[in-house]
Design a protein around this ligand. Sequence first.
Ligand code: GTP
Length: 202
Amino acid sequence: MDAGRMPPSRAVGNSTCSSCLDACIMLGPVTRVDFKMKTLEIDGIKVRVQIWDTAGQERYQTITKQYYRRAQGIVFVYDITDEQSFRHIEKWAGDVDQYAPGKVQKILVGNKSDEELGRRVTQERGSKLAETYEMEFFETSASTSSNISESFTHVTALVLQAHKRDVDNLLGCLDDYLEKVALEDEKGSQGPDNNTRRGCAC
Ligand SMILES: Nc1nc2c(ncn2[C@@H]2O[C@H](COP(=O)(O)OP(=O)(O)OP(=O)(O)O)[C@@H](O)[C@H]2O)c(=O)[nH]1
């Protein structure tokens, strides 16, 4: 990543296509958003994930923001050999707070962990920043594949958990509602105005 460029963020969402494929979506003449689909296995469940690799450059920010709105998970990526890319994470995180859905799941990734000699950002600083924004922190290397699968699996698991909580809440509400209706029915069938309420059976 060139100095002065902002780090990319990866937006993760569920998909409906079963195959893994690589594609490159052209958005107008000046910007590109890489798009990949991946199938991950989490707790024995196969999850198909869409990964939108948005451009890191500041000039593409307007486009990037549009992707936040539909994201279920976001991976903030900086380059451990590039101080500026690390500093820009705060700006990206602020944008996400503003534009992404409230329950979007986020992780922070310091990439190029294979480049120890060129390191400019310590693990401690990465970890501290992640803590500030209540994110999990990973150091990865796209070159050696270190922690790549772990970090994506983690953010996907967080998305699944968040959705499971929603479903559980809905089921809880439905249970409460059915219980209430059953109680009212029971009361109704015992009360004096039973016939009025339910109509005459003869
Ligand atoms: N050593 C090392 N090089 C890497 C790693 N990941 C990416 N690179 C190199 O860094 C350069 C930039 O990689 P890109 O994937 O284009 O970076 P990017 O930040 O996604 O670029 P934009 O999306 O255009 O902002 C390329 O030369 C990659 O080969 C890594 O983990 N280790």
